[in-house]
Design a protein around this ligand. Sequence first.
Ligand code: ADP
Ligand code: MG
Length: 446
Amino acid sequence: MHNTVWQTVKKSIKAEIPNHAFNTWISPIKPVALNNDSLILEVPNQFFYEWIDTHFRETIKKKALDDKGTPLNVKYTVSTEKKRITNKAVEKEYKKTFNQNATTLINRNQRFNNFIEGSNNQFARAAAISVAKNPGESNYNPLVIYGGVGLGKTHLLHAIANQTIENGKNKKVVLETSERFTQEFIASIQKNTNDEFTKKYRKANLLLIDDIQFFKGKEQTQEQFFHTFNELHQLNKQIVLSADTYPGDMEGLQERLVSRFQSGLSVDIQPPDFETRVAILLEKAQQNGLELSYDLVELIATHIKTNIRVLESIIIRLLANSSLYGKEINRNLVEEVIREKLGKEMILELSLEDVVKKVSEIRNVPLKLIVGPSRRRELVKTRHLAMYLCRELTNNTLASIGLFFGGRDHTTVLHACTQVKKVYKKKSAVEKFINQISKNLSVANF
Ligand code: ADP
Ligand code: MG
């Protein structure tokens, strides 16, 4: 009887959900009995039960009817047989779900195989891989990965977590940001659930905390983290941290924490060099199915120097432009997108000559006169403006600007800048000129 009922239920669910879901989750369920008004189903394990309970309970309940069409109660029992999960699909799903259900959110897409290695991150990457292989068993405990914004720290943390889970050695992975740790800690005090909080972190075999600089100035949280850290460390559980600066240089952290952080291995990630930027762009373009010729990749890599997140956002921007607006991806579009991203920053690539040439063009005064010795009033004004713009728009020192302007002293340049600043904003003509030239130059830079 229970068999027939279940067959009917199964048939009608099969029509409703994708095949792979059916094979993975519904096929393995066994009907064991029909007692009064209850249908008893057996599932392979607790995890399976929880999955069914959250995803299919309503569906099954709706379909489970007796021969008169009255709804049955559906009860589950977990198989006592300790069967290994052999079905590959189940195993895959199991792993996937482990992450979804875990208290932490691990980004499945940030892995070692899509982390481009460059001289800037070689050491950090190698240390991360080594830790993922044998969490807690290396001398790298804690492993601290530090460096500027958008350079791949978070990516490496997630890659370690993913790799560890997949190796199957060690499933208790907890990955949180220091902000989340702080919030959870505060909430646990307010709700009096400190036990739960402590348990979550201290049961971890691999604990990864992202951006520990946000612990700065939070005394109680630091105290809490100190204990968590010590407990895990003593048990040889692996700890991985990321930070925006070298732990020893961090202010606002308790001395004892800093010294703990320094007791393992600290590795930095530097901004990527040109070759690495090109490699990253090619990889991201390919990942997103974006066709980008090499010279366009090079154009982007030449202008975006520090931040991989910005490199990535340029790819996304180009993709949007081509797929949403049907624009052709050519040099013009790429330039437009770079300009949009960089704004003023890009202007910093200008040479002194670029700037003075532009001033000469717009004011219609020969360059030779601008950098020459003449003290004619109008000319001096233009020279001051040019010096000011050189100071604002290029990376040159006062001394080298002075040198360019016919070997003048750096104090002369400084004086010129002060003069211009005084009138700038007061005289709208000067402001207009400066805006115009900045705009002109940023376009001319290509
Ligand atoms: P951080 O945490 O250091 O601020 P992220 O790890 O968030 O930086 O990296 C910013 C973005 O750049 C992410 O989308 C990340 O996947 C990507 N990224 C960073 N480094 C690399 C790399 N070496 N190879 C590929 N992608 C990278
Ligand atoms: Mg980060």
